[in-house]
Design a protein around this ligand. Structure first.
Ligand SMILES: Cc1cc2nc3c(=O)[nH]c(=O)nc-3n(C[C@H](O)[C@H](O)[C@H](O)COP(=O)(O)OP(=O)(O)OC[C@H]3O[C@@H](n4cnc5c(N)ncnc54)[C@H](O)[C@@H]3O)c2cc1C
Length: 500
């Protein structure tokens, strides 16, 4: 149920995803009034957060940390699992490596060092978590072995997370207005004093003592993504919400906020070629096709174009969308044989999938729409000959089972494609979110172009720049929004409490 808009409140949070709710809950802890503005109608609310699998990348030093976070874990479940650890050092290594050491060191440090405490805070608020048995663990010798540093998800995935946060926010007296689009900040030399809102067709002003911006990136704005990401990006599909059109970034820039980060970069993955232009909540993230490290990818020219096995899926999937977009006709096929088909992730078995199946490689290549079949067949045969079959295949580690002598090598998990039946899945680029955004400090205050904090203005989540460049370790988006959401809400709330 949507709240009516008041004329004034202490804190306004702009956005209705994970980052916004974490900010609203932290602000409400200060005993002040909080209004959350969600642009989407209630049935489409929750932003990209609702489209996620709810995976959170957080530090844990051993199974006791996981037990504290997930008190429902049984002794049997713990006994059946090898969770390993995900230490601060490993998280730092991952962030450094995948962002090519561009990540803002101060913000990155806060993200990593606060991740465990923020998860426990969310748990205390009532969000429930569980291990990602399905997607992030393989059963070896009767035990689930977790890999890639991503171990925890919210119960019910993204939809479960948003539902839980919404209920908890209401219980904590956060007023939630749906269909309420922030269109401008009211500000003067003393800082931010309110928000102009379009609500039910009317523009109104709501006065406040502080604003937290958490309204997502600009990926769903065709003009902005072509302007900043570059030519061709208007042709990408949007994996998530249609409402993240850069509004809050533009509102902040209009009052002097500093843009920062990888404005030409974004998180983009392999996504069904025939998926709709923006996300569909009934399918969620299942248009993604993430089993490519076990197979090969072939473009319209019939050629391989990247090393599918250069690293674990978690560390390559977010940059591959861009490479696929740059291929002729902006797509490719992912090709697998009978050895791998049973291992494919669940998303390969949904109804709305662009898939072909054949009993011979010749038939498969002939069926690949828009592909040079002759060249594709030659590529697969050449690849098969190059596979180091003497090295055993092991999906749990970078197994070093590569190829020999190919211009584009495959470094790990190189399996021959020679056992029928064969399957090929057509994928294009699905853009998840953009990396460029507003500059904040470690207190989540928005800085202006002079480097000074804009009084009363805070930001968190996707619209913050400077944290992700080129690539991203899976599960960091939700963690990032939660960590800085909690900080932003706490600081905005404390400031509001002290203001007359
Ligand atoms: C398919 C998919 C799967 C993903 N899986 C994962 C995962 O498992 N783990 C992970 O960490 N990350 C994942 N991500 C990335 C993750 O979704 C984002 O990093 C994260 O949700 C961003 O949270 P946010 O709160 O900043 O933005 P969002 O959740 O997108 O929220 C932004 C909100 O702002 C609202 N809004 C926009 N403009 C306005 C306006 N003018 N006024 C008011 N409200 C406005 C929107 O309606 C929306 O509610 C995934 C993304 C997608 C699309």
């Amino acid at each position: 149920m949507s709240t009516a808009l008041p004329q004034s409140t202490d804190i306004i949070v702009v956005g209705g995803g994970n980052a916004a709710f974490c900010a609203a809950l932290a602000a409400a802890e200060q005993g002040i009034s909080v209004l959350l503005l969600e642009r989407a109608p209630e049935d489409e609310a929750g932003g990209n957060s609702r489209f996620t699998a709810g995976a959170f990348r957080c530090v844990y030093d051993g199974v006791e940390d996981l037990r504290a976070l997930m008190p429902d874990l049984t002794d049997e479940e713990v006994g059946n699992s090898d969770f390993g650890t995900y230490t601060e050092e490993k998280f730092f290594d991952d962030m450094g490596r995948v962002t090519e050491y561009r990540t803002d060191p101060d913000l990155c440090e806060v993200l990593i060092k606060q991740s465990k405490a923020t998860m426990l805070w969310m748990r205390d608020k009532g969000v429930r978590f569980m291990p990602i048995w399905g997607r992030q663990a393989y059963k070896i010798g009767g035990k689930f072995k977790f890999w890639g540093g991503l171990t925890v998800e919210a119960v019910g995935g993204g939809p479960g997370l948003v539902e839980a946060l919404t209920k908890i926010a209401r219980k904590n007296n956060v007023a939630v207005a749906y269909g309420a689009r922030a269109i401008g900040l009211i500000a003067d030399d003393d800082g931010v004093k309110g928000v102009r809102v379009k609500h039910n067709g009317h523009t109104v002003e709501v006065r406040c003592k502080g604003v937290v911006l958490a309204a997502g990136g600009f990926q769903a704005n065709t003009e902005m993504r072509t302007r900043y990401l570059g030519p061709g990006w208007e042709l990408a599909k949007i994996r998530g919400t249609r409402f993240n059109t850069g509004d809050a970034i533009n509102m902040a820039l209009a009052i002097g906020a500093m843009p920062t980060g990888n404005w030409s970069g974004g998180h983009a993955v392999a996504w069904d070629r025939n998926a709709p232009e923006t996300g569909d909540l009934t399918v969620g993230d299942n248009f993604q096709k993430h089993s490519y490290p076990w197979g090969i990818m072939i473009n319209a020219n019939g050629e391989r174009f990247l090393d599918e096995g250069s690293d674990f899926r978690n560390y390559t999937y977010a940059k591959n969308g861009r490479i696929i977009l740059m291929q002729p006709k902006q797509f490719c096929y992912q090709v697998f044989d009978n050895k791998i088909i049973p291992m494919l992730r669940d998303e390969y078995r949904i109804k709305r999938v662009t898939k072909i199946r054949a009993n011979t490689l010749e038939e498969l290549c002939a069926k690949m729409e828009d592909v040079n079949a002759e060249k594709a067949l030659a590529t697969i045969k050449e690849y098969n000959k190059a596979v180091m079959t003497e090295v055993p295949f092991d999906p749990n580690m970078k197994d070093g089972r590569g190829t020999r002598g190919l211009a584009i090598p495959k470094s790990n998990w190189a399996n021959t494609v020679d056992e029928p039946p064969f399957e090929a899945y057509a994928v294009t680029c699905g853009l998840t979110f953009t990396f460029g955004g507003l500059k904040i400090d470690t207190s989540a205050r928005v800085l202006d172009t002079e480097g000074l904090a804009i009084p009363g203005l805070y930001a968190t989540g996707e619209l913050v720049g400077g944290i992700f460049y080129f690539n991203y370790p899976g599960g960091t988006g939700l963690m990032n929004g939660a960590v800085f959401g909690k900080i932003a809400g706490t600081n905005a709330g404390q400031r509001a409490k002290q203001s007359p």
